[in-house]
Design a protein around this ligand. Sequence first.
Ligand SMILES: [Fe+2]
Length: 231
Amino acid sequence: MIFEQLFDKKSSTYTYIISSGKGREALIIDPVIESTNKYIKILKNLDLKLVKVIDTHIHADHISGLNELSKRTKCSKIMGEQSSSEVLDIRVKDNEKIKIENIELISMHTPGHTDCSYSFLMNDRVFTGDILLINSTGRTDFQNGSSHDAYHSLFKKLLKLPEKTLVYPAHDYNGKKYSTIENEKNNNPRLQVKSAEEYAEIMDNLNLEFPETMDIAIPANIKGFTLDHIN
Ligand SMILES: [Fe+2]
C-alpha cells in the first residue's frame, strides 16, 4: 500500500495520499491548495491516477486543494452531506463505503467540531479530521460546532473502534504523526471526563482566538476556490 502523510507547515495540516500500489487509483484526504503541485508530482512519480478527493470538513485555517485537484485530474470531490461546499460531486452519509481500486473507506459522521465533520475508517486506521486530535480534540465554538455533538462523536463512535486502530488527524501542532484509539482513550486529557456536561465544561472554557484565516478560508472552501482565485 502507498500511504503518504504530508505536512503543511503554515496551517499544521496533514494531508494523506492513499493507493493500493504503484500504477493504481489514488485518493487524497484534506489537501492544502498551495501544495497542489507537490501532490501532482507525487502522483506522477508513483504513476497514480487520482480518482477521489475528500475533505473531512469545511476547514477554517487553510484553503482546501479539493477543487484545484479536481480541475487538474478530474477526480471526484467528496464530503459529508451536511457540507456547505458548492462544488461537491459526491455527498456521503454516515456509514457509506468510498471505494477506489483495492481500497475501501467507511464514512463516519462525527459532528461537533463542525456539523459537517466526518471521519473515515480504513481497516486498521481512522482519519479523524479535527474531531479527535492527538492528545487533544477539535474546538467546538464556531461553524455549527457543538460540544455535546463532539462528546457523542468521540465517546459513542470513535472510542468504540478497536483499541489498536491508528488515529490519523487533520492537524498536529507538536510534531506527532499518529496515535491509537487506546492511547487517546487513556491519555488524552480532554477525554478523561464522565459525561457530556463535563466535556462541555472544558470546551466552553477554552477561550481560543478565532483563526486569522477563517474569514477568507471558510467562504473560499464553500465556493471551492482554485489557484486562479488566490493568485
Ligand atoms: Fe477544522
